[in-house]
Design a protein around this ligand. Structure first.
Ligand SMILES: Nc1ncnc2c1ncn2[C@@H]1O[C@H](COP(=O)(O)OP(=O)(O)O)[C@@H](O)[C@H]1O
Ligand SMILES: CCCC(=O)OP(=O)(O)O
Length: 360
């Protein structure tokens, strides 16, 4: 059987759209959104129509028709904690994405767009390895106060897909080796994979290193003081932390190529902030090596920032004592989503059902 599949992947700084014919890429468009463009939306859910229209327009402009599609597959969002795999998007999932049961995030929009378009076309909509994939070991859940649990929210899709590719490239079995995968994008997830499972990870929205547009882990006392200072509303402070934090807060942009130009031109202040991000990434990789008790087959750097030699060389200098560093620039998310849908369409795998206990 032949399948034409639309892949939709909204990230914090971009919307990626692709059409595949089986595994063959027919087109891929990566539309970047500036901090300014997105800052006019109060909440991420407010971007729904903007991002949906962008998908419809892009498909048309590329000379394709939605009516030719056999399925739509979308990056999964902040759903309830769930195991990895391919899920058919159902009404319960749509409700949870709209509500943002584990918080707001651009990937919550993908399933909503896919479900809406697919329902009108009478074709299935899927999601694969959503952000909420949870394979934590019990000790990774404990935060330090019982009211707050550490949660598994990460770039699970790209982390797993890149780790599988690295295992193939190293001639290792994915389920038998240990990796630390650092997804370095608008947000940063650093995950130790113990025999293929993400047993811990910083929550890319609230913890770990600061990133091009997120604050990462903050000193808690100062954060509480800031929250009660009257300077920010709840929503404003959240936006400051995710979207307008990190490099954006210090340097006014999430565009690392622009930042690197300034560094090359000799701007020492910019270099200091950029180096601090690299330093924090390396420190988190070191922490995750401890989770794996030092038994690390490779450290894998992926995501948009892995295109930068300044970043990958900077990190490598700190962490190469742990294990060999492998660089996979960009993200394999689009192909991984397509392949997840194909496995189900070809009946190689049963789609998983998103069921919430006690809700019909
Ligand atoms: N060649 C490059 N050099 C430096 N930074 C880059 C390069 N390409 C992309 N980036 C940075 O990567 C980040 C986006 O990563 P990406 O994984 O595409 O984003 P998202 O998290 O939105 O999916 C941006 O901060 C961008 O400036
Ligand atoms: C919460 C982890 C997922 C994430 O942050 O994705 P983006 O970087 O694409 O926003």
């Amino acid at each position: 059987m032949e399948y034409q599949i639309l892949v939709i992947n909204p990230g914090s700084t971009s919307t990626k759209i692709a059409i595949y014919h089986n595994e063959k890429l027919l087109f891929e468009e990566n539309i970047s959104h500036s901090t300014e463009e997105l800052s006019k939306y109060e909440r991420i859910i407010d971007q729904l129509d903007f991002r949906k229209e962008m998908v419809i327009k892009t498909v048309k402009e590329k000379g394709f028709s939605l009516e030719e599609l056999d399925a739509i597959v979308a990056r999964g969002g902040l759903l309830r904690p769930l195991s990895g795999g391919t899920y058919r998007i159902n009404q319960q999932m749509v409700n949870d994405l709209k509500e943002g049961v584990q918080g707001e995030h651009a990937s919550n929009l993908a399933g909503l767009i896919a479900f809406d378009l697919a329902s009108k076309l009478n074709i299935p909509a899927f999601t694969v390895d959503p952000v909420a994939v949870d394979e934590f070991i019990p000790e990774a859940r404990i935060s330090g106060i019982p009211e707050i649990e550490r949660r598994s929210l990460s770039h699970a899709l790209n982390i797993k897909a890149t780790a599988r590719q690295a295992a193939r490239d190293l001639n290792l079995s994915f389920s038998e080796c240990n990796f630390i995968v650092a997804h370095l994008g608008g947000g940063i997830s650093i995950a130790p994979l113990l025999k293929g499972r993400i047993v811990d990870v910083n929550n890319a929205n609230e913890s770990g290193p600061f990133s091009p547009e997120r604050c990462g882990q903050l000193p808690v006392g100062d954060l509480v003081r800031l929250a009660f200072s009257g300077k920010y509303t709840f929503r404003e402070l959240k936006k400051r932390m995710v979207g307008q934090g990190g490099l954006t807060a210090y340097l006014g942009t999430n565009n690392c190529q622009e930042i690197e130009e300034k560094i090359k031109a000799g701007d020492e202040k910019v270099a200091e902030v950029y180096h601090a991000m690299i330093y924090q990434i390396a420190k988190e990789i070191g922490a995750m090596a401890t989770v794996l008790k030092g038994e690390v087959d490779a450290i894998i750097l992926t995501g948009g920032l892995a295109h930068s030699k300044m970043v990958t060389d900077g990190i490598t200098e700190y962490v190469q004592y742990i294990a060999p560093v492998k660089v996979y620039p960009g993200a394999m998310e689009m192909l991984a989503l397509c392949q997840g849908a194909l496995r189900v369409l070809r009946r190689e795998e049963e789609p998983l059902e998103y069921i919430v206990e006690g809700v019909k």
